[in-house]
Design a protein around this ligand. Structure first.
Ligand code: SAH
Length: 499
């Protein structure tokens, strides 16, 4: 597997600066051990006028198979020889992308202490990959790289030079030329090589979404082939793909500063509509999507509790905050979320910057994680956790439990979460799959109650349950809600004063 990156320069701005940017000295050949073999970096040419860095990955097919097996997904165990004999050693595939990120990690991040100004600027770059597996052929290669500003030369490699009548292989020879920041160029390759290869050599887990979004920063959200890129990069795992698509959509919205406010609102509503359409119950109860129903039930419980000062923990895009603002009995409303992007969209939805002084005094959006105790959350009447707990990894749940019920300690806490039993009623959902890409778990009614009883017991609350959505006689409602009320204890008042 082989890839070269070249640039040109002048005596004042020598091409050999490429060595600084890649953090690899042009005078020496270096070798790096990676999990799948050895990566070599060397410079076939290095002068002020022209400098070329080459990355050669020598794949160890045995290590590849062993590692695959170790993780439990090395392919059919009885394909004894076939698994060692494959194209991996020769073709630029996802392995090369992994090597790229390992060997040039600082360059990918755009970090260069020695030549910071060169790291920021677009350089005349030429990238050549002699053998790139490309599912979708030269056409797709162009569709992927041209929108990013590259001049693309791509030709299909014949199956056998001696027998042109055999046609072309699935490999292409690719040359990219353009004025591009080096970090940006590397990120294009890091994402698009495996997309073209379309055969990830390792198990794609949830953190791949973060990797994709990090490498895609500044170009993926606007790419016309974003869908294909996302889906292939995430090995077509639909739940991850959906998660990535949603986050890219939020990014696009957050970036769209010059967009008319109205257009933006429509776009936000469109995102909501997608959410609503995916909810169970959306088909049966077209008139009232489950997300809307959930907010109604939450509002009713909050009113019944007499709360005036309310926390919306994990407020997301601020739909509930918006509803709370409409009712003047809620005098102080605080939306908390760990995601800055979600809060940006929430701020726009609420029109925080256009709001009158009195309204503005009632509402605040705060960035914070519910996995940590937070003094700012103490002293409120009620807290809502709507569809939030299932977004935390189970081992983090006790931390949230303590932050909310042990430290913040509002008199009322509402927790909603999907009822996994209901999923069989949701036709589009394959049995046994969590509803959303980012759900770390989904509970049965018994599991939820078990958790809720223990939380209530540990922290001095009483708990009752309210169904949200159609309460199916067999499997229960699509959303389950627990209403926690702090038991009045003489100790509480003392604790509050002391706090
Ligand atoms: N409450 C909203 C949004 C639910 S989506 C609704 O009912 O529609 C879950 C939200 O929880 C996301 O916005 C996510 O950013 C947020 N979240 C996940 N983990 C969090 C954490 N540890 N701390 C704070 N917010 C978190």
């Amino acid at each position: 597997m082989f890839l070269t990156i070249s640039t040109s320069g002048t005596p004042e701005r020598p091409a050999t600066d490429l060595g600084f940017l890649l953090h690899k000295h042009p005078q020496s050949a270096q070798a790096f051990t990676t999990s799948y073999g050895t990566a070599h970096v060397f410079y076939p040419e290095a002068s002020a006028e022209r400098c070329t860095a080459a990355l050669l990955l020598e794949v160890d097919p045995v290590a590849l198979v062993r590692r695959g097996k170790g993780k439990g997904h090395g392919g059919a165990p009885d394909a004894a020889l076939a698994q060692y004999v494959n194209d991996r050693p020769y073709a630029a595939s996802s392995l090369l992308a992994v090597a790229l990120s390992g060997v040039f990690s600082s360059a990918l991040r755009g970090v260069c202490k020695a030549r910071p100004e060169r790291a920021e600027e677009a350089l005349p770059l030429r990238v050549e990959i002699p053998a790139l597996p490309a599912r979708g052929g030269p056409d797709l290669v162009r569709k992927l790289f041209e929108p990013l500003g590259w001049a693309v030369t791509v030709e299909a490699v014949p199956l056998d030079e001696a027998f042109p009548q055999w046609g072309v292989s699935r490999y292409v020879r690719l040359v990219l030329e353009g004025e591009v920041r080096l970090a940006r160029a590397l990120r294009h390759l890091y994402v698009l090589l495996p997309v073209l290869d379309d055969a990830k050599h390792y198990w794609v887990s949830a953190d791949e979404v973060d990797k994709l979004l990090r490498a895609g920063e500044g170009w993926l959200a606007e790419h016309p082939e974003q869908k294909l890129i996302t889906s292939r990069y995430l090995a077509r795992r639909w739940s991850l793909t959906r998660q990535a698509t949603e986050r890219l959509e939020l990014l696009r919205l957050a970036n769209a500063d010059d967009m008319e406010v109205e257009t933006l609102d429509n776009a936000v509503d469109a995102v909501d509509a997608v959410d609503a359409a995916d909810e169970p119950g959306a088909t049966e109860e077209r008139a009232v999507p489950l997300a809307v129903r959930r907010r109604e039930v939450i509002l009713a419980e909050l009113r019944a509790s007499g709360a005036a000062r309310v926390l919306d923990l994990g407020c997301g895009q601020g739909q509930l905050v918006q509803e709370l603002l409409k009712d003047v009995r809620f005098t102080e409303i605080v939306g908390v979320d760990v995601s800055v992007r979600a809060l940006t969209v929430a701020a726009r939805r609420l029109g925080l910057d256009r709001m009158g002084e009195r309204q503005a005094a009632r509402v605040r959006l705060v960035q914070g994680s519910l996995a940590y105790t937070d003094k700012r959350l103490k002293g409120y009447d009620a807290a809502v956790l709507s569809e939030v707990v299932e977004h935390l990894d189970l081992p983090r749940l006790p931390a949230l439990e303590y932050a909310v019920f042990g430290s913040a300690r509002p008199r009322t806490v509402l927790v909603t979460t999907p009822n996994v039993e209901y999923n069989v009623r949701w036709e589009t959902l394959a049995a046994g799959h969590a509803r959303h890409g980012d759900h770390r778990f989904e509970w049965t009614r018994a599991e939820f109650r078990d958790w809720a009883e223990r939380v209530a017991g540990r922290h001095g609350y009483q708990v009752r349950y309210v169904p949200v959505g159609p309460d199916d006689p067999e499997v229960g409602p699509p959303t389950q809600m627990a209403v926690f009320t702090r038991a009045e204890q003489p100790n509480d008042e003392k604790e509050e004063k002391a706090a």
